[in-house]
Design a protein around this ligand. Structure first.
Ligand code: ZN
Ligand code: ZN
Length: 112
């Protein structure tokens, strides 16, 4: 099933916002720091300062760790409107395994 834009229900969505996880079309998002955000959250990204709340490294065999972190982040947004986004970088370790490095950012000064 194709996702539709949250604002333009007749347009296909191109991205999922990294803060609210809603779907948006090409005219409803902005890329910042290599991630896509809806226009509302792009504004917040620029306005606030961000710090790393948690970071993990996992190989593809441990991908449930990454899924678990993303799930927790979505849950915090949905239940408490806690803002945050997760940035993922892929690296190759000395054994040639692909390692994902996930950093969960929250607004600076938030309680952990
Ligand atoms: Zn958003
Ligand atoms: Zn749209």
């Amino acid at each position: 099933m194709t996702q539709e834009c949250l604002i333009h229900s007749h347009r296909n969505a191109e991205i999922q916002c990294h803060i609210c996880h809603e779907y948006f079309c090409a005219s409803c998002f902005e890329s910042l720091e290599g991630l896509e955000f809806c226009l509302e959250h792009a504004k917040i990204i620029r306005k606030l300062q961000w710090e790393v709340k948690e970071e993990i490294e996992c190989t593809s065999a441990q991908s449930e760790l990454a899924v678990e972190m993303v799930d927790r982040k979505i849950h915090l947004y949905q239940t408490q409107r806690k803002l945050g986004f997760i940035k993922t970088e892929l690296k190759i370790d000395q054994n040639n395994n692909i390692v994902s490095h996930l950093r969960w950012y929250q607004p600076k000064g938030s309680l952990k």
